[in-house]
Design a binder for this molecule. Structure first.
Ligand SMILES: [Zn+2]
Length: 169
């Protein structure tokens, strides 16, 4: 796995001066450190993790979003979801895997998976601010399989996006 931390620090858990500077400046958070170490510990069992880029983690409540490189999402979702399950066990959070540098639509598709998106549109409010309205397909009136409030906060933290989430049968 590639991160902005050096592999020595990740493996030892003791930070060199360069890496501890990154933690001090806030470029790397404690949560990022923890996720990176968990991913590293899983590499042996799941070799596809060796090739992923880990950018950062963003949390809200019990949900933790892990942002990885372009094309890395399938590498984390493979193995029948075992990697995500292991991450959830070790972090105690519900994991969402998101891709770095994608367009808004792809970002929202990953954020709200497995529900599919009916429509995305932009709403301008009278005060000049903007909201992104996302309508998700829901079947049988079932509650969504994720915490909508947490995902909205993650969208704000990651993309500076204000979401309005609605459902359609
Ligand atoms: Zn280091």
């Amino acid at each position: 796995m590639k991160t902005s931390l050096c592999s020595f620090c990740l493996k030892s858990g003791i930070l060199c001066s360069k890496c501890s500077e990154k933690v001090k400046s806030g470029e790397i958070t404690d949560s990022d450190l923890k996720v990176a170490r968990v991913l590293l510990s899983l590499e042996e069992s799941y070799p596809s993790l060796q090739n992923i880029n880990f950018y950062k983690s963003v949390d809200s409540g019990k949900t933790l979003a892990i942002i990885v490189g372009r094309g890395d999402v399938p590498r984390l979702l493979g193995y029948g979801g075992k990697i995500v399950k292991a991450l959830e066990e070790k972090t105690g959070k519900i994991i969402r895997i998101l891709e770095y540098g994608v367009d808004d639509r792809k970002f929202l598709e990953d954020l709200f998976a497995p529900l599919s998106i009916v429509t995305i549109n932009t709403i301008w409010l009278p005060d000049g601010s903007m909201e992104t309205r996302v309508i998700l397909r829901r079947r049988g009136g079932r509650p969504p399989p994720f915490d909508v409030k947490a995902l909205k906060e993650i969208a704000r933290k990651v993309r500076n996006m204000t979401l309005r989430v609605e459902f359609q049968e």
